[in-house]
Design a protein around this ligand. Sequence first.
Ligand SMILES: [Zn+2]
Ligand SMILES: [Zn+2]
Length: 405
Amino acid sequence: MNFNYLALAVPFFLFLIGLEFWVSKKKGKHFYNFNDTVSNLSIGIAERLLDGLTLGLFYFVYDYLYKHFAIFHIQPSVLSWIGLLLITDFLWYWYHRLGHEVNLLWSVHVVHHQSEEFNFTVSARITLFQAVARTFFWSLLPIVGFSAEMITTILLVHGLYPFFIHTRTVGKLGILEYILVTPSHHRVHHANNEQYLDKNYSDVFIIWDKLFGTFAEEIEEPTYGLTKPLNSNSFLWQHFHFMLEMGYAFKYAEGWREKLKMLFGKPEHINPTYRRVLEQKFVIHKTDKLHSTRFRNYVVLQMTLILITLFAFLLLEGQLGLATQIATTFIILITLVNCGAILEQRRWIFYLEYIRCFLILWISYIHFENTINPYFLSSIILIVTLYFKTLNRQYLRLIYGLHNN
Ligand SMILES: [Zn+2]
Ligand SMILES: [Zn+2]
C-alpha cells in the first residue's frame, strides 16, 4: 500500500498542542479558550484538506516556470540551499508585509489574526486563499533558477518553522533573539497594542524587520487579535468578512481612483461601519438564550471525528476514488461550518446535518454496494424527508435544549 506519510503531521501537531495545553494548565495560565480553539482548528483542518488536494498544482506551477522562464539553472549544493532559504525568507517578509498593507492581500491574511488567544493552534489559521497568494510570491524562485523539487523541499521546512513561534509558554531566547524569529517576536506581530502594530513580519530570520525598519521588541505584555475584533465563531464569516467589506467599500467608492484604493490601499481606508452593516445583513451576533451546554460536547465529538477523518484521508489519499475524495471533502467542510454555526447557536444547522447524512450514505453505498440494500437506503432518505420538521425540532432540543421552536 502506498501511504502519504506527510499525514503524520496531523497527530504530531495535535500532540504538541496537547502538550502546550497541559504545560499552560500546570502553570495556572489560561492560554486556551474553547471557542477560539475550535475556530483555529477548523480553519487549519480546511486548509490541510484543500492544500493536500492542490499541492500538485503548486508543484506544476513551479515546474512550468522553471522549465520555461528560469534565468539560471541552480544545482543543489550547501551554498545554493542556504541561498534558497534566505531568498524564500526575504520573499516571505514582503508577502507578509504587503499582506498587512494591501487590502486585496489582507482579505486573505486577516484570518490568521482573528484569534484573541495566542497558542500553537493559532498557527493553523492559514487558508487555501493565502496559500494561493503566497504561490505568486514563491513563483519568483523558479524564475531565479531553483527547481520545483528544491522549492517544495525548502517550503516544507519554511512552513514548519512558524508553528513553533505561536506560543506564550516560551520566554526570550537569549542570543537567538538577534538572529531568528522567536515566540517573543511573533507575539508582538499578533498583538493589537498600539506600539506593536505592523511590526515583526519576518518568518525565520528576524534580520528583514531590522533591515526594513519594522522591528519591535516585546516589552509590554501583548493583547491579541484584530484592532476591530470580530467576535464571531462562524467558519464562513471568518473566511469572507473582509472580502465582503472590501467589495462593499469598492461598490460605494466614488470614482475609479477611490475604487482602486479600496482594493490596493491600506485596510484603515475601509469605512469601519461597513462591517456592522454587513453583520446585520448576514445575521451575525444574534444568539439565543440557551438552557443547555450539551452543544459543546457535540462540537468536541465532531472535531475529534473530523481530525481522525482528516488524518485517514491524507494518509490514504492516493488510494481513494474521486467520488469518495469529493464527498469526504464536502463532509469535512460541512462539519466545520456546522461546528462554527453551533457555537453561534444557529437554528439552520439541521439542514447541514441533512446534507451530511446524504453524503455519508452515498459514500457507504459506493464502498459497500454488495452489502447495503438500495431500498433500505432509499427508505431512510424518505423517512428523514417526510419527518423533517419533527426531526429538526427534536434535534434542536437535543443540541441546544430549545423547547419553543
Ligand atoms: Zn500577519
Ligand atoms: Zn502568526
